[in-house]
Design a protein around this ligand. Structure first.
Ligand code: UDP
Length: 380
């Protein structure tokens, strides 16, 4: 019998996202592969999502990202309105076998309280939750809700209430890892790349200082808060500083940019993003937080670009030191490692991604977890 799964991608961005988008990229990678494996997918997202699925439900016309503050649940009014729409849908029908939820925290208490006839829920953790045990209080007693991590390191740091409900971890994936040799080669650019939200946890302040000191060209790509282009951020003026990531950028990053060899180019998307990644000598992750999943890490490997990073969070699980990247506990060493990364073999990176980080590998792991969660659900 066909398995029907409601995948809740949340109200923040369309799926697939136009550029930056962590959770939404994960869902955009997973859904086509699940459908290829015969799963019927009901996607709960926003109206502007274009990802093919079997059915779509939404509360908001477009993504609410501009109102978002981290962690995701802090704009709880928006998340709750979206969740209420999902719950209404679940109450009105009986053909959904499982909910695969990607909305942080706020939804779980609601889903856990749905009652005995509701489908079981698998909730994927996307954030580092060590400091936020309160977000998951609603899980107590919610035996039909199980959680999975996106790395073993993330799960190990999660609050006990979550680990009690854990069914394991599934690493992130990228379509770029499928047949990694099909892209035309791009000329090497000689620069290091930091790809991601501009945020203290991602460490762009460390990267710009190292680039200036060691003397390698550096490109920072990614949004600053809700601002995707340097011109938009400049036009927003002083009020934009209410956003902590904007303050971080102005105070800690911008003073070290020179507009030429060390620069911020805003959000990159699609083919431009892939070319920028493929032409980098290394992607740099000077992390100040325990990176939970690291989509940008697996994308880099898939395109043959070695990863240079602090050995935090999921990095040691995804990157093999000396083969697909260089890891260190000492952030001062990262600059030298960027230069040393030239010695690593791009094909080793591509091979690793093709073996471990394809959508097919991820989807098969999730199918196994769906099975497990359904069996646990009926035993509860
Ligand atoms: N990304 C992008 N353009 C940018 C910055 C990021 O397309 O300018 C993508 C990046 O390639 C990755 C995702 O956004 O697919 C970020 O996910 P990741 O897990 O690396 O970071 P986080 O979810 O913590 O923001």
């Amino acid at each position: 019998m066909t398995l029907t799964v409601l995948i809740n991608a949340g109200p923040w961005l369309p799926v697939p996202p136009a550029g930056y988008g962590g959770i939404e990229n994960v869902v955009a990678t997973l859904v086509p592969e699940l459908r290829r494996l015969g799963v019927r997918v009901v996607l709960a997202s926003v109206d502007s999502s274009t990802l093919p699925c079997d059915e779509r439900i939404s509360v908001f016309a477009d993504g609410q990202f501009a109102a978002l503050q981290r962690p995701y649940n802090q704009v709880s009014g928006i998340a709750q309105a979206h969740l209420a729409g999902v719950v209404r849908e679940l109450r009105g029908r009986d053909d959904i076998d499982l909910v695969h939820d990607h909305v942080e925290a706020v939804g779980l208490a609601t889903l856990a309280a749905l009652g005995p006839d509701a489908p079981p829920v698998l909730h994927t953790l996307h954030w580092d939750l060590a400091k936020h045990p309160e977000l998951y209080g609603g899980l107590d007693g919610g035996r039909r809700v199980r959680v999975n991590g996106v790395s073993a390191a993330q799960l190990a740091r999660a609050p006990q209430a979550l680990r009690d409900h854990s069914v394991g971890h599934v690493h992130l994936a990228t379509p770029l890892a499928v047949d990694p040799h099909r892209r035309p080669p791009v000329a090497q650019g000689g620069y290091a790349l930091v790809l991601g939200r501009i945020n203290p946890g991602k460490g762009q302040d460390v990267a710009v200082r190292l680039a200036r000191r060691v003397g390698f060209p550096l490109v920072l790509a990614g949004p600053v808060g809700p601002y995707h282009r340097p011109a938009d951020l400049a036009a927003a003026g002083a009020p934009a500083r209410q956003n902590p990531d904007v303050r971080f950028f102005h105070d800690e990053v911008a003073p070290h940019l020179d507009g030429d060899r060390v620069r911020w180019i805003g959000t990159v998307a699609g083919r431009d993003r892939d070319d920028l990644l493929a032409a980098a000598r290394a992607t740099l992750f000077p992390l100040r937080w325990e990176e939970p999943g690291g989509t940008a890490v697996v994308e880099s490997l898939a395109l043959g670009t070695p990863v240079v990073a602090t050995a935090r969070g999921c990095l040691p699980e995804l990157v093999e030191h000396g083969r697909t990247g260089l890891l260190t506990d000492d952030e001062q060493e990262l600059g030298d490692l960027v230069l040393a990364a030239d010695l690593l073999e791009p094909d080793e990176c591509r091979r690793e991604a093709a073996a471990r980080f394809t959508p097919a590998v991820m989807a098969r792991r999730y199918l196994a977890l769906y099975d497990r969660v359904r069996r646990l659900g009926s035993a509860a």
